[in-house]
Design a protein around this ligand. Structure first.
Ligand SMILES: O=C(O)CCC(=O)C(=O)O
Ligand SMILES: [Fe+2]
Length: 405
């Protein structure tokens, strides 16, 4: 074999790395996706992009991605022996729900995707446990089939040397962090994100609050309707449906006539309810409530019941009239319960779903959620000036520790 051939062969290789991400890293990204995601770019797919996080005032949630993107880029450059600079072209959390799949393709197979050089797909949950179906296959070469396992990453060239497909997901939600890399500076995601952040920064947000609260995007970005639906009306709001899948309801004390359109109800103050009880604290909108509930789901096992006390004034028994309002609201936003449960329900009951619920734990989770948000916000505010100066998004802290710029 000649040199050229062997080096070409080397470049065409792909790499499967086990446990590249830790389970806590996977869980944090899962939390972000399940509390911020929108309907995706293809049928039965949901996604969370970094620009979407910025657009919904959740810029602090970019922070957990930073070191992961850096590590992935370093690994891709090392494995493919890049002698040129690589840029992250796109970063996204993608969940593949029941019915989703993708046929044989390469990742640069459209004229507008030619800038893609390499792909890295990190699996954030596990085949068989969290979803069924969804194996990744390559047309030739090794490995031929990848069984997604939380923490593993597969890296490959984005061109026709790596034609691949994903089997249809039959159950559950298959969750990935997908990153594309480019050699073309014009497609540098960091530059675009820093510019978005700077716009917000310069447009009157120089006094960013310690705790930033989410602002939902347009309601159409959260409306899921099945392929078979003849009317757009059929389907559900994904934020509402994710709350429902975890056993929570939404209550709005304002009369419906207060709102110009029904979708506005979810962008105003709301309370959460569970079974016969209403939690007194208000959330600023559905996204805020969903983030709190997903944070609780993520961290519930860390709060011990015995250590917690909750004043009875924080919980109220739901009145019959309120129950009616809750039901009416729910049927507005979830037209098809069976579908919502099939798309977002668990495939089996793990420890998170058998965790006994109580409001004391929930209340403790909300305080911990606020601490988490303000810690990320502090880190974000500390990093942004460096990102703007260097024109890259990087871990400012860890570089300082190693003494590098
Ligand atoms: O999620 C995977 O395993 C691969 C996804 C894929 O092929 C794509 O997004 O282009
Ligand atoms: Fe692909």
């Amino acid at each position: 074999m000649g040199d050229d051939e062997s080096s070409d062969e080397h470049r065409s290789r792909r790499l499967l790395l086990r446990n590249f991400l830790t389970i806590p890293e996977c869980e944090e990204l899962e939390f972000i996706h399940k509390s911020c995601g929108t309907v995706g770019y293809r049928e039965n797919v949901f996604s969370t992009t970094l620009s979407h996080l910025i657009a919904t005032n959740c810029h602090h949630l970019v922070v957990p991605f930073v070191s992961i993107r850096e590590r992935l880029k370093d690994k891709v450059e090392e494995f493919f022996g890049c002698e040129y600079e690589l840029f992250v072209e796109f970063t996204g959390l993608i969940s593949w729900a029941r019915g989703s799949s993708i046929g044989w393709h390469s990742d640069d197979n459209r004229p507008y995707l030619k800038q893609r050089e390499f792909t890295a797909v990190c699996y954030l949950n596990t085949y068989g446990k969290d979803f069924k179906g969804g194996l990744l296959h390559f047309q030739n070469g090794e490995p031929t089939t990848v069984i997604p396992m939380a923490g593993d990453v597969i890296m490959y060239t984005a061109d026709s040397r790596n034609i691949h497909s994903v089997d249809e997901v039959n159950k559950g939600e298959r969750l990935t962090l997908t990153i594309w890399f480019s050699r073309d500076r014009a497609h540098d995601e960091d530059a675009k994100l820093i510019s978005l952040l700077s716009d917000r920064w310069l447009n009157g947000s120089s006094n960013m609050p310690k705790l930033s609260l989410p602002i939902p995007a347009s309601s159409s970005m959260y409306w899921f309707s099945p392929e078979s639906a003849t009317q757009q009306q059929l389907g559900f709001d994904i934020c509402f449906a994710r709350m429902h899948a975890l056993g929570f309801d939404i209550y709005s004390s304002r009369p419906k006539s207060f709102f110009p359109s029904s979708s506005d109800i979810l962008t105003e103050h709301l309370q959460v309810a569970k079974e016969n009880e209403l939690f007194e604290q208000e959330f600023v909108n559905i996204l805020h409530a969903l983030q709190a509930v997903q944070f609780y789901r993520w961290k519930a096992s860390e709060f011990e019941d015995s250590l917690l006390h909750l004043g009875t004034d924080k919980i109220k028994r739901i009145l019959e009239s309120q129950r009616e309002e809750i039901r009416a609201l729910k049927s507005l936003f979830i037209n098809d319960y069976q579908l919502a449960e099939a798309v977002f329900g668990p495939i089996t009951c793990d420890e998170n779903c058998v965790q006994a619920f109580n409001w004391s734990k929930f209340s403790a989770a909300i305080s911990a959620f606020e601490d988490y948000t303000s810690r990320l916000q502090r880190e974000f505010l500390m990093s942004l000036p460096y990102w703007r100066t260097e024109h890259i998004i990087y871990s400012v802290n860890s570089r300082d520790e190693t003494g590098k710029p």
